[in-house]
Design a protein around this ligand. Structure first.
Ligand SMILES: [Zn+2]
Length: 400
């Protein structure tokens, strides 16, 4: 499928116009005065931009129901609102995205399966996410399964999806070609986006799954209005990403597992690179291996979690120690990067909810007592949020 420029964007306009829509998506509903301040635009310049966007059906004006004070600073008039006039002013209004006008498909490919969702333009899922195991890892099987899933998502969408966002643990070039995806064991570059477009006729964007999660946090979730935000994912590896004022801190080498071998516990298990107790000890495989050594027989992560939930002493001691190690990791990361907020995600993250007190102790052991408490959260893990994040990358591309 040959995609043209207009298919990749909601509208074609100036950089300021795209920035305005991005800010409305992130902060909306938002008052004009606040929006102008955030964008560094005059009220007049913003008015010209927003009137175009309202005419195109991208944004709309909504009444503030919580704060009925009058806005004396907005000079322009709007006939339908005249009946709400109070004295010389009028009720405050805000701007928001016309979210239901567009839909997006988000798909995450992970080691155990594929999760997909349909969202509106504010990345709100329009139904239940779809989860299914990978039918095969060869390129033909994956493309066929992704195409089939995308068509089913499209059929369930209230409006024809504008774009498909696909995220996976690996690297892609220009959002088009997968160059590295170790869990799929593909040999050489795969022009995955083009293959999906051929079967679905919908513009498709590829992204790294950690980048997608961070973008979603910055645009639609925990990192909105947070000056500096850190995201850590724990699963088969350790992922780390940082954003500043809503933008990812970017380096060409950021996705090569930079924090995968931070020293945490000199008495911890030895990783494949020969380090004792480096941050690999937080990963699923390392915890399972360490527990197997302790109990003297092979086990799975599910068996370990069952033993933790059953409060078996050996499992309890290991989870307490693992939480303490995570606390050290967070303290080291926060001492260097100084984020305002930290989010811990990934498929093993739920394990660390078992002892938040040990995490705090680990943090406190490596952080000056005068330093502020670290604001961190470990939300319930679900692959759904990874699929939703993939949709967020498509929305960002489509708006930007
Ligand atoms: Zn290591």
């Amino acid at each position: 499928m040959k995609t043209n420029v207009s298919q990749w964007h909601w509208f074609e306009a100036s950089a300021s116009t795209h920035q305005t829509v991005k800010a409305i998506a992130q902060y909306g509903p938002i008052a004009r005065i606040e929006l102008a301040q955030k964008l560094g635009l005059t009220q007049g310049a913003l008015s010209r931009i927003t009137s175009d966007l309202m005419y195109w059906g991208v944004i709309r004006e909504v009444q503030n129901t919580k704060n009925p004070t009058v806005d004396m600073n907005h000079p322009s008039d709007n006939a339908p609102l005249k009946k709400h006039r109070i004295g010389r002013g009028r009720p405050k209004t805000s701007l928001e995205l016309c979210a239901q006008q567009r839909s997006f498909i988000g798909i995450n490919i992970h080691s155990t399966g594929i999760t997909a969702t349909v969202t509106d333009a504010l990345c709100v899922p329009q139904g239940k996410c779809l989860n299914e195991p990978l039918k095969g890892t060869d390129v033909t099987s994956v493309v066929r399964q992704l195409g089939d899933i995308a068509l089913r998502c499209s059929a369930s969408s209230p409006v024809r999806p504008a774009m498909i966002g696909i995220s996976l643990g690996g690297h892609s070039v220009d959002g088009r070609t997968v160059t590295y995806a170790p869990f799929l064991k593909w040999d050489g570059d795969v022009r995955l986006a083009e293959m999906i477009e051929d079967s679905c006729s919908t513009p498709t964007l590829l992204s790294n799954d950690l980048d997608a999660l961070l973008l979603h946090e910055n645009w639609f979730s925990n990192a909105v209005n947070v000056p500096r935000f850190a995201l850590v994912t724990i699963g088969s590896g350790i992922g780390y990403a940082l954003s500043e004022n809503g933008e990812a801190v970017d380096r060409p080498d950021r996705s090569y597992g930079l924090v995968g071998h931070i020293p945490l516990d000199a008495e911890g298990p030895v990783c494949y690179a020969g380090h004792a107790g480096c941050s690999q000890c937080l990963t699923t495989d390392s915890i399972v291996s360490e527990y197997a050594t302790i109990i003297g027989k092979p086990c799975s992560i599910e068996e370990f979690m069952n033993d933790v939930n059953a409060d078996r002493p050996q499992a309890r001691r290991l989870i307490d120690r693992s939480c303490y190690r995570l606390g050290i990791f967070i303290a080291i990361m926060c001492n260097f990067a100084m984020p305002d907020k930290v989010l811990i995600g990934g498929e093993t993250s739920s394990l660390y909810r078992h002892n938040l007190e040990s995490i705090r102790k680990g943090m406190n052991a490596y952080r000056p007592t005068q330093a502020a408490n670290i604001d961190f959260a470990i939300p319930d893990f679900s692959w759904d949020s990874w699929a939703i994040s993939a949709a967020a990358t498509a929305i960002a591309k489509y708006i930007g």
